[in-house]
Design a protein around this ligand. Structure first.
Ligand code: ADP
Length: 366
C-alpha cells in the first residue's frame, strides 16, 4: 500500500511538473507572438489575451474576465464573434482598432467545438496597416499617373483636331498648333522616362551598381548638361572649384541624374538674371553636395511634401516649365538607395538650397 502510494505521489508530481511546463511554454509563445490572440468561452467572456492584442487594439485595461463586446467596441468584430458563438466554424473580418493610433487589422476567428459551456472562440489579429497604406499609395499613384498622361494627351488631341478643322490652311496658326503638339509630346516623353527611372530605382531585384565616383566628375557632367538651359534662361550657373575632391561608392549615372534634377529645378524656378551655385564639401564621413538658387523660395508649409510624387508648389508654373512632378521624388530615392538623404532649406523671396548628403567611400578622409 505504502509503495503504491509513493508511486502515485511520484507520478502526480511528474504530471504537475509537465503541466506547469506546458503552461510556461504556452505563455512564452503567446508573449512572443506579434499577432494578437484572444480566447473566449461560449458566452464571449475573455479567458486569455496576450500583450500584442492589448497594444494592437489600443486597450486601456486588462480585458481578461470581461465580455468581449464590452471591451472591444468594434461593430465588425462583434458581428464576427456573434457568428462564431452561434455555431459558424470560422470567420475572417477586416477591422479598425480603437486607436489612437488607428490601425487596420485582419481578424481570424475560429470556433472551439465542445458541448455547451465547453465551446468558445479563438481570435487571432494581424496588423495590416502597412499593407493598407501601400495599397492606398499604389492606387493614388495610378490615378495621378493617368491624370498626368491625360492632360498632355488632351492638348495634343485638341491641337490636331483644330489643325484638321481648318487651321492647317492658315500657316501662321498651324505652326503654333504643331509647336504645341511637339511641346506636349516631349512632356509625355519626359514623364515616361521619369516613371521608368522611379520604377528601376524601386526594383529591389536589380542590385545597385557601386563604383568609385569622384564628386568633381559628377558636378562637371551636370554642368555640361545644364549649361545650355541656364544660358537660354539667362541664369548664371557656377560651381566654384573645391579645395579637395572626394570619392563615393555609387551609381554614377544615378548621382548625375539626381544632381541634374536639383540643378534643373534651380534654373527653372529661378528669377530672371538669377544665380545657381553647385558646391560640395565633406563632414564626418559624408559628402554634402548642395545646389543653391536665388529664386522665389518655397513657402515652409510645402517643404515637408515636395519630395512626394507629383507634388507641386505652383502647378501652373511647373507645367509651363514642362515639369513632371517626379524630379524630387527621384532625387530622394537615389539618395536613400545610396544610404544617404536629401535636405532642403528655403526662404520665400531669398531662394532655396537643396543638399544631397551621401556616405563617402570608406577610407576617404573628410
Ligand atoms: P517638377 O517636375 O514639377 O519640377 P519636382 O519634383 O522636381 O517636380 O519639384 C516639385 C515642386 O517643388 C516643383 O513643382 C516646384 O513647385 C517646387 N520646387 C522644386 N525645386 C524648387 C526650387 N529650386 N525653387 C522653388 N521651387 C522648387
Amino acid at each position: 500500500m505504502a509503495r503504491t502510494f509513493d508511486k502515485m505521489a511520484d507520478s502526480l508530481v511528474h504530471q504537475m511538473e509537465a503541466m506547469a511546463h506546458a503552461h510556461d511554454r504556452q505563455e512564452a509563445i503567446l508573449r512572443g507572438m506579434v499577432e494578437g490572440v484572444m480566447l473566449t468561452d461560449f458566452e464571449g467572456r475573455i479567458l486569455l489575451a496576450n500583450q500584442s492584442l492589448v497594444s494592437l487594439l489600443g486597450l486601456q485595461t486588462d480585458p481578461v474576465g470581461r465580455i468581449y463586446s464590452e471591451v472591444l467596441r468594434i461593430p465588425d468584430l462583434t458581428s464576427a464573434m456573434e457568428d462564431i458563438l452561434e455555431g459558424q466554424p470560422r470567420v475572417s473580418a477586416e477591422i479598425r482598432s480603437l486607436g489612437p493610433p488607428l490601425r487596420y487589422l485582419e481578424a481570424h476567428l475560429v470556433r472551439l467545438e465542445g458541448r455547451g459551456p465547453q465551446a468558445g472562440a479563438v481570435a487571432v489579429f494581424h496588423d495590416i496597416t502597412e499593407r493598407r497604406h501601400i495599397d492606398q499609395m499604389r492606387r493614388d499613384f495610378v490615378a495621378n499617373t493617368s491624370h498626368e498622361l491625360r492632360t498632355p494627351l488632351a492638348a495634343i488631341k485638341g491641337a490636331a483636331e483644330t489643325l484638321l478643322d481648318g487651321a492647317l490652311d492658315s500657316p501662321q496658326h498651324a505652326r503654333g498648333f504643331v509647336e504645341m503638339i511637339v511641346r506636349q509630346s516631349r512632356r509625355m516623353e519626359r514623364l515616361g522616362e521619369d516613371l521608368l527611372s522611379l520604377a528601376s530605382l524601386e526594383n529591389a531585384e536589380v542590385a545597385p551598381k557601386r563604383e568609385a565616383v569622384k564628386a568633381r566628375q559628377v558636378v562637371a557632367a551636370v554642368l555640361a548638361t545644364a549649361g545650355p538651359l541656364a544660358q537660354q534662361r539667362g541664369i548664371h550657373l557656377e560651381a566654384p572649384e573645391p579645395a579637395q575632391d572626394y570619392s563615393l561608392m555609387a551609381d554614377g549615372r544615378q548621382l548625375e541624374q539626381a544632381l541634374l534634377n536639383l540643378v534643373d529645378n534651380a534654373i527653372k524656378y529661378n528669377n530672371p538674371g538669377g544665380k545657381v551655385t553647385i558646391a560640395f564639401n565633406a563632414l564626418e564621413g559624408q559628402l554634402r553636395l548642395s545646389v543653391r538658387d536665388t529664386g522665389p523660395g518655397i513657402p515652409s508649409e510645402h517643404l515637408p511634401r515636395i519630395f512626394e510624387r507629383f507634388y507641386r508648389v505652383d502647378k501652373n508654373r511647373s507645367r509651363e516649365q514642362g515639369g513632371t512632378g517626379l524630379g524630387l521624388a527621384i532625387v530622394k530615392h537615389v539618395a536613400q538607395a545610396h544610404g544617404g538623404r536629401v535636405e532642403v532649406e528655403s526662404k520665400v523671396g531669398r531662394g532655396s538650397e537643396f543638399r544631397l548628403i551621401l556616405p563617402l567611400k570608406s577610407g576617404e578622409r573628410s
